[in-house]
Ligand binder design. Structure first.
Ligand code: UDP
Ligand code: MG
Length: 386
């Protein structure tokens, strides 16, 4: 129980295996998602309907040097989750901490039956730690939160209820009374939220809140790199997810200190650019690069022609004209942009075809009723989510 990190390379297979059997049960389009009580769509394995040993809910928490918060975190999570009808597991990922976090996790894994402790070999960053947690988790719904007690585990049932009632794929927390420094945190965050909203097209108040609930099939479709954990709703949106938001509590950091400074603003901007490009041109990079290439090439050729005309008709000396430099640069840039576009097209095909990633996502496939040979009607309104 203590060390259950999947070996590298097996993560995708483990995810695929974990996905297959349960998706039909949870498809929101099967009509019973809304009819049942709050969060009842995932409250099944305690009632023996789902695959035995597989929890309804996985709570994934990345931890980097959080030894002081960890005992309280586990206590609060157990306090919030044990009264729920859903079965659950706590996937706590140590992201190469240098303090007592790994030792504490080893110790707690012996005592807490719901705990799955994943100890990473070194510090990979919050995104990778979350990805490791996703890969190991088995729940039909995955909830993420920070390990520094800034998020409130008592909000988890509210997220689950919203997920079910709204037939959503992702519910994001909104720290409406955020307890962080005004100038270094709240202001950049306010601007970032506005910018992210307009660039990605996902309208949320708070993208930076780690407290979120996801359906497993959505998480399986998301590939995380760099620090893209901040853009999970945007990535989910690209995958066609239905996204909702609820107000959640937020507390000041009690122990330790934040792992991020103001420098993250720059990284967020760069990531935003990546997301913008992916959203617009993921399956058609040539449309982006090709258009720019055409503009550059057109401008360069026209300028060059003009200069040639001047030289031939008027006999002007064009060797030292800045316009000549501009024409040459534009033609070269245009050719390069075209080549980028072509390479992008090849890369995009490799990306999709090597992983068997379709360029679309199916929410449900509904087949009509068949009439069997003996005249009786069999209800085969099959719901095939993927
Ligand atoms: N974290 C992590 N690896 C890192 C940095 C952070 O696992 O390299 C974890 C950290 O322990 C915390 C969460 O990510 O549980 C959010 O980090 P932090 O509280 O420092 O971010 P902030 O709340 O200041 O945005
Ligand atoms: Mg924090």
């Amino acid at each position: 129980m203590a060390e259950s990190a999947a070996p590298p390379g097996s993560a995708a297979a483990a995810r695929a295996a974990a996905d297959a059997p349960e998706s039909a049960v949870r498809d929101p389009a099967d009509g019973d998602g809304l009819a049942r009580g709050p969060a009842a769509g995932i409250a099944s394995s305690k009632q023996g309907v789902e695959e035995p040993g597989r929890p309804d809910l996985s709570v994934v928490v990345p931890l980097y040097n959080e030894e002081a918060s960890l005992p309280h975190l586990i206590e609060q999570l157990l306090g919030a989750l044990r009264p729920l009808p859903q079965s659950f597991e706590l996937v706590l990922v140590d992201d190469g901490s240098r303090d007592g976090t790994p030792a504490l996790l080893r110790d707690q894994a012996e005592r807490v039956p719901e705990l799955v402790a994943v100890l990473l070999r070194r510090n990979y960053g919050q995104t990778a730690a979350m990805a490791a947690g996703f890969d190991v988790s088995r729940g039909a719904v995955i909830v993420t939160l920070d390990g520094d007690l800034q998020n409130d585990p008592a909000d988890i049932p509210l997220l689950l209820r919203r997920l079910e009632e709204g037939s959503l794929d992702l519910v994001s927390g909104w720290r409406h009374q955020r307890q962080d420094a005004a100038l270094s945190r709240l202001l950049p965050s306010l601007l970032a939220n506005r910018l992210i909203g307009s660039v990605t097209g996902v309208k949320l108040h708070d993208y930076g809140c780690s407290l979120k609930a996801y359906r497993r099939e959505l998480v399986s479709d998301l590939n995380l790199y760099g620090e893209l954990h901040r853009f999970l709703p945007a990535l989910a949106f690209i995958e066609g997810a239905r996204i909702g938001e609820i107000q959640v509590n937020h507390h000041p950091r009690r122990y330790g200190k934040s792992k991020y400074g103001i420098d993250r603003t720059f990284r967020v901007l760069m990531d935003l650019l990546t997301i913008w490009f992916m959203k617009r041109f993921l399956t058609r990079p040539m449309h982006g690069f090709g258009f720019l290439g055409l503009l550059c090439l057109g401008f360069g050729l026209a300028t060059a022609l003009w200069l040639v005309g001047e030289k031939l008709l008027l006999g002007s000396d064009i060797g030292n004209r800045p316009l000549l430099l501009m024409a040459v640069l534009s033609i070269l840039s245009g050719v390069q942009l075209f080549c980028f576009g072509l390479l992008g097209e090849l890369q995009m095909r490799t990306y999709h075809e090597s992983q068997g990633r379709p360029i679309y996502r199916v929410r449900a496939t509904l087949r009509g009723r068949h009439t069997s040979g003996d005249g009786s009607t069999t209800a085969t309104a099959a719901v095939l989510p993927r």
